[in-house]
Design a protein around this ligand. Structure first.
Ligand code: SF4
Length: 334
């Protein structure tokens, strides 16, 4: 019997949890097919298959699903229902309804694996994996795949916290253009450190964000992100009251953390038609005002153009450089 092929779409939960799920399914004997970097065709497919008023990341997710169904022709599609990962907050409603949304959007679908991920701790995650193994790979044992997947995820998170980029920490991300950005960073000594904050699927999707990380690194900026903060450290920077949404809390806590670490400014990558982001943007704005640090907000939608993003980033970096020169009593030009 030929090996079953399981497709993992490159968006939403992908950047946070790929090491776990890629390892788990491989170890259960599946061939794991990851959709390619977002491109114009994937975006167009996503727009064609989704409701018009959805945020662009969910549209992009539809595009990756379309690729996996129609071009990669996978046997099984992995679309988990992300609810809670043990942090007292939940994922945004679009994540909660993702399996139904995908099911309604495509007339022909392969089998879909859509576990409800509502786990607090290792034991609950193990139980969930046991259910998956019984249903989808009954002849295998769950122990080995689970242990390897858990280790892969822990190592990935530890390496991100050590300052590695996502593709240095996990090879499947190597297709990401962030590698180049990170490499060029190492040769640059710069006073400019900017925190680039946003949901992982906006920060790391170089197509939709106009390759903002690479652009910044070419301008000689040192970049920090939310993933570079160890989870426990980030949680020390909670507000007096958390928001409901998991990734929103991550962005705000990271913002407060990096503002206390002397970054020159913050770039918030936000998504048009994102309800949670309306609150996150305002809170970051207030935090920046309190610390007298500049904030640039880049709002992404399917029309976002590279030129507009480049111009705004260049102007922002120029303004930050002038602030530094002014603070050091240096001439503003030269
Ligand atoms: S948090 Fe915002 S951008 Fe992310 S899926 Fe929900 S609505 Fe879309």
């Amino acid at each position: 019997m030929s090996t079953m092929r399981i497709g993992i779409p490159r968006s939403l939960f992908f950047y946070s949890y790929l090491p776990f799920w890629q390892t788990f399914w491989s170890e259960l004997g599946y061939e794991v097919i990851v959709s390619p970097l977002t491109n114009k065709d994937i975006l167009d497919q996503g727009i064609a298959h989704s409701a018009t008023d959805l945020c662009v990341p969910v549209k992009i997710f539809h595009g990756h699903v379309s690729y996996l169904i129609n071009q990669a022709v996978v046997d099984v599609l992995f679309v988990p229902r992300m609810v809670n990962v043990g942090t007292n907050d939940t994922f945004c409603p679009k994540f909660l309804a993702l399996p139904e949304m995908i099911n309604c959007s495509f007339s022909t679908m392969p089998a879909m694996v859509s576990p409800r991920i509502d786990v607090r701790g290792r034991l609950q995650l193990f139980k969930l994996c046991t259910d998956l193994q019984r249903q989808w790979a009954p002849k295998k044992s769950v122990w080995g795949p689970f242990e390897k997947a858990y280790t892969a995820q822990s190592q990935y998170e530890a390496q991100l916290a050590n300052g590695l980029s996502i593709d240095q920490a996990w090879p499947t991300f190597a297709e990401s253009k962030y590698t180049e950005a990170k490499k060029s960073l190492s040769s640059i000594t710069s006073e400019l450190k900017i925190a680039v904050l946003g949901y992982p699927y906006a920060v790391y999707d170089s197509f939709i964000n106009g390759d903002v990380l690479k652009k910044l690194s070419h301008l000689g900026v040192s970049i920090v992100t939310a993933d570079m903060i160890p989870f426990k450290k980030r949680r020390l920077h909670r507000l007096s009251k958390d928001l409901f949404w998991h990734y929103s809390n991550m962005v705000i806590q990271a913002g407060v953390f990096w503002l206390n670490q002397s970054v020159s400014g913050l770039i918030h990558i936000t998504n048009f038609a994102c309800g949670p982001d309306a609150m996150v943007g305002k809170m970051l704005e207030l935090a920046c005002k309190q610390q007298n640090k500049p904030l640039l907000t880049l709002t992404l939608d399917e029309q976002t153009g590279q030129i507009g993003i480049n111009t705004r980033i260049e102007a922002f970096v120029d303004m930050l450089q002038r602030r530094i020169r002014y603070a050091h009593n240096l001439p503003l030009h030269g």
